[in-house]
Structure formats: structure tokens, C-alpha cells
Design a protein around this ligand. Sequence first.
Ligand code: NAD
Ligand code: UDP
Length: 314
Amino acid sequence: MKILVTGGAGFIGSHLCKRLLAEGNEVICVDNFFTGRIKNIKELKKTDNFLVVKQDITKPLKFSGLDRIYNLACPASPPAYQKDPVFTWKTCVLGMLNVLELAKKNDGCIVLQASTSEVYGDPLQHPQTENYRGNVNPVGIRSCYDEGKRAAETLMMDYHRKYKIPVRIIRIFNTYGPNMDPKDGRVVSNFVVQALTNRNITIYGNGTQTRSFQYIDDLLEGMIKMMENKVNFSGPVNIGNPVEFSVKKLAITVLQMIPKSKSKIVYKNIPDDDPKLRRPDITLAKEKLLWEPTVKLEDGLIPTIAYFKSEVLG
Ligand code: NAD
Ligand code: UDP
């Protein structure tokens, strides 16, 4: 198949491009390198059937003969998406519009949107099921991303109803693994890099807030199963690991796995609107996609720590 991956030079996108190429597809990676890195796709550039196009998805896209589009372009780390919130909102909404217009011109092309658990905001329902409508602050510092991704889901469903475009929406929960930018500011990259370099481990707030961490391989499996499902299931569907950890437990686990580290835990102010609890209910994914994650946090952290070690210690 001929497959377009927007955001293909980012953390998730680079793994997806690699896997789609290995499966024998022709892959086009569109990226403006806002948070993506050329080193993530350096090896792939040697492969036949891989084309990299430097382009911003907020500008119209022109490609023909496409069978699939994975729309992953968008900064995902809070410091990265808050750096230029207007750009983030444009990427989410205008980018989605351009992707859907492109799909309209490529007859039969299926579009998958990388949505997020952030559409639930600071959730009042726990764990979160797909029919929970969320608790999002529309005017806060996270809104450019949360509301942008919510509007993108709206566009997906409107194009589906109005123009019969086949769509797939996955709501991804916190995912980690190799190819994350060591400086991207997310909790797994921060804690592992801090521990490896003997710097203080920075817990924001008191560390009782929770997240459910999914290893990249599990996400890829769920994402491709959703794209290729044979029952025309559009979603939205949660794709995440339902095992929940407090941020403090994550810090302790990382320190246990890097026993030579001299890092100490310190506590910093918690950012505004930081969700207090997050855990996916994955009943729907199990039922519709026969998918569930298999990698435990301690197992996924082994290759992740090895990757960050080579990135920051050489
Ligand atoms: P990332 O920041 O590593 O990758 C995003 C990629 O998109 C980068 O290569 C960046 O340069 C590119 N990009 C950003 N804006 C663009 C634009 N306007 N035009 C073209 N390219 C642009 O993030 P990631 O973790 O790989 O996330 C990928 C997608 O998955 C994002 O859409 C994100 O919202 C979604 N997601 C990720 C997680 C997670 O835990 N990693 C969770 C929920 C949702
Ligand atoms: N966090 C932290 N220390 C850090 C980075 C993040 O305590 O150095 C916390 C953050 O406040 C949040 C959680 O870890 O409660 C997950 O943050 P991340 O930025 O990875 O993703 P989010 O799920 O908030 O989008």
C-alpha cells in the first residue's frame, strides 16, 4: 500500500514508518521537524520505498494514489505544545482539515487520527471509557492541545458522515520508548535522563497524580489493528495500558532500575490543569480489535533506558 504518515520523524511516527516499511509498504513521511528529529529516520532513509517531505500540515497537502493516512503530526509533550499554543491549535485543527481534504481526493483512502487521553481533560470518571465526554478547561494552558484534538475528532466524524470518508480515531494514553527526544520534557524521558546523569528527579506536585504507561510496541500493534479492522469500526477507541502508576512510583521504579544513580527526588510546583488521575478502560479495544497491551512497565523501561544511555552518555 501507499501510506502517508504525518509526523513521521517524531517518536511514535518513526517507529510506525519503520514497521510499515518492514511490512512492504511504500511510505511517505511528512514532517516540519518542529519536535521531530532527522536521526529518528536516518536509517529508514536508506530504504527504498521511503520518501521524506518537509512540510507543515497546516498548509494544503498534495499527494495521489494514497491508500492510508496516519495523522500523527502534532507536538505531544506539554512543554512542546505550550511553546507556541497557536501553532499547536492550527496543527490540530487546520492540519486535520488538510488531511481530510487530502483523503477526500484519494478515493477509498482510510485516515487514522492519533487522538489522545487528553480529550478527557482532568477526568471525573475513572477509569475513562470512550463515552465519557471529559472535563476540559477550554481556556487553560493545556487547551490548545486538548481542545485542538477534540475539534479534530469532530472534523473526522463530520467528514465521515458528510463525505463517507473511512476514518479511525484512537485515543492514545501516555506512551514511551526509544526515539523519544531526551529533552522533550515528558515524565519518562525526564526521569530516566535525570537518573542517568545524576541530576535531581523532578516530581511536579506531590507525585500522587497517576498515569498509565504504554510501551511503543503495544501502541503500534493497536494502531495498525485499528487501521486495518475489517468491520469498519471508526472508534474512538482507547489505546493504552490499564496498569496505573503514581508519578512517585514511576520515579522510584526508574531509580531502582538505574541503581548506580546518585539522583535525589525533589518536588516542584505542579503545572496548571495537570490531570490528577488517568487510566484507560480498554474493554472496547479488546472486544473490537482483540488487542491488549503485553509489555509491563519494568520490561519496557529496559530498552528505553538503554536508548537514553546511548543518547546522553554516548
Ligand atoms: P512527537 O512530538 O515526538 O512527534 C510529533 C511529530 O509531528 C514531530 O516529528 C513533529 O516535528 C511533527 N509535527 C508537529 N507539528 C507539525 C506540523 N504542523 N506539520 C508537520 N509536522 C508536524 O510526539 P509523539 O509522541 O510521537 O506523538 C505523535 C502523535 O501521537 C501526536 O499527534 C500526539 O498528539 C499523539 N499522542 C501521543 C501520545 C504519547 O504518549 N506519545 C499520547 C497521546 C497522543
Ligand atoms: N511530571 C513530573 N516531572 C517531570 C515531568 C512530568 O512530575 O519532570 C508529571 C506531570 O506533572 C504529569 C505527569 O508527570 O503529572 C505526566 O507528565 P507528561 O508531561 O509526561 O504527560 P501528560 O500526561 O501530563 O501529558
